[in-house]
Design a protein around this ligand. Sequence first.
Ligand code: ATP
Ligand code: LTN
Length: 342
Amino acid sequence: MTASTTPSSGKQIRVFSGIQPSGAFTLGNYLGAIRQWVAGLDKKENFFCIVDLHTITVPQNPQDLLHRTRKMAAILIACGLDPQKCTLFIQSHVAAHAEGCWILNCVTPVGWLERMTQYKLKAQQQESVSTGLLDYPVLQAADILLYDSDEVPVGEDQKQHVELTRDIAQRFNNLYGETFVVPEPVIPKLGARIKALDDPTSKMSKSKAHIRLHAIRLADGPDEIRYVIKRAVTDPGREIVFSDAPEKAGVNNLLEIYELLTGEQRDAIETHFSGKGYGYLKQEVAEVVIEALRPIRERYLALIADPAELDRLLATGAERARAVADPKIREVKRKVGFIVTE
Ligand code: ATP
Ligand code: LTN
């Protein structure tokens, strides 16, 4: 495998992405994000962060958060993020993220944050909106910019935050001189938005994965997967075709999952299901999902059984992340006029 390099500097392309330990990892996270992360492992220099600081922007139970953070690490490794080939770490283990966020806050107009779609959506769902929830995209900008990241692979829903990161980087560079690489969002053409099984008009979401019929969770066993897919919302029609029509969203979602996991062409898939009923489609999709998740689930169960080893892997990841983020935050502090002693 040849390494990918940037045209301007010839250095290896650096990739950064993050995921919240906000619930049970879903098939949407896997197909929309993690598969792409794994695919880039041998070609680029990769940093992947479990963003616990982002997660507390909405209320969390501390014990649950702790377990979910370890589980997230185990699942990411089980999906193929080999800690030998990438830097996998927990955001709160690298203090520069919070420090960077503060400094970037001071160059970010509040109006930019009030416009963010995710903020508006999540704020509506809260009784009381924390300052952290509004500030969420600035912390995300700090994550990305501290590593001089060239590419940020994310699902469609995060494009606006990466664009805001670009605006913040450019503003800082204009105010204080060239400091940050302006990153590009990288969004998969397929799988960017896997829909909820209980409501195909909305996205499948980790934080709603406790609702049984909402999502496939990556650690689900075969019986649960069959149960949930069998009850996926479809439409009263019969046609099994890829379609953008709103009423076909449920069938289209199942077909996209099938397409992503089998790698078959769309016309071949439509021929395969032609004349068949939705019951048959659901059975077939369930079997494909079960087979795809089986090895991931087995690796996950082995990893989660050894929390001390997981913590060791994460400590090594944090050390490697600090080796990049700490010199960068010192550069940023010097630029804004702070006395930097080390
Ligand atoms: P939450 O429900 O807490 O917002 P989430 O499931 O949306 O969680 P995130 O941690 O916000 O997950 O995102 C992790 C990655 O997974 C991001 O790159 C995001 O774009 C991607 N992703 C999340 N949901 C989907 C989905 N339904 N389809 C495709 N990609 C998704
Ligand atoms: N907001 C993102 C998670 C996230 C992230 C990042 C993604 C936090 N920091 C940096 C990419 C780069 C989400 O909810 N998916």
